[in-house]
Design a binder for this molecule. Structure first.
Ligand SMILES: [Zn+2]
Length: 206
């Protein structure tokens, strides 16, 4: 079985409880930690087996890391792990999942090798909002319900608003750029500076 480690919680006695995102389920598993198991790292894709125990959580065993070359680049690794933390919070207390989430991470990890890492994360997030039917339209400002002009700002979860309704210090965007991002699910028309501004909003929570 294969999955991405999306949470690691240390327990007493050098053991850990892991949450692993597999294609259909988020599995909660137990593992004795110990120094030899350094392959267990947040965001890591692993192959593993499960040993069911009568009295406690199932045990994760025979773990093999499935490495991506981007993991050797610490900045990329940090950005990847940060997104995994946000994703875990988003999926907390969920057990059954659609295959979309696993495939999103597989495709994202593949793109991480070469592309700007925050662009990769941004596009994963837009695809997630689209999958969950949460991509906002531009009918109105979500705070005052007034019409939006050509320039907008975005709140957490990319809800569009007037800058004056949130905070005039919030980054502003051209409405047509954001509309294109939401319809094409691609950031190719945005420069790295715009992508960095969007990433800051993404970091508020997905
Ligand atoms: Zn408003």
């Amino acid at each position: 079985m294969q999955g991405f480690i999306i949470s690691i919680t240390p327990q007493k006695n050098e053991s850990i409880i892991l949450q692993v995102l597999t294609p259909r389920k988020i599995k909660k598993l137990y593992r004795f930690y110990g120094a030899r198991h350094s392959i267990i790292q947040l965001g890591k894709k692993v192959d593993f087996e499960i040993e069911y125990q009568a009295s406690f959580l199932p045990k994760m065993r025979n773990i093999t890391p499935l490495n991506f070359s981007f993991e050797r680049d610490l900045e990329r690794l940090y950005i990847w792990q940060h997104f995994i933390q946000l994703l875990y919070k988003h999926c907390i207390d969920v057990e059954e999942v659609e295959e979309f989430y696993y495939k999103m991470l597989e495709f994202g990890a593949y793109k991480m090798e070469l592309q700007n890492p925050i662009r990769v994360v941004l596009e994963m997030y837009i695809s997630l909002l689209n999958f969950e039917g949460r991509l906002p339209d531009f009918k109105e400002c979500f705070l005052c319900s007034g019409d939006l002009g050509d320039e907008i700002t975005l709140a957490r979860a990319f809800l569009p608003a007037h800058s004056s309704c949130i905070d005039s210090a919030n980054p502003s965007f051209l409405r047509r750029d954001i509309a294109k991002l939401f319809t094409t699910l691609s950031s190719v028309h945005l420069d790295d500076c715009e992508v960095a501004k969007l990433y800051k909003i993404l970091e508020l929570g997905i």
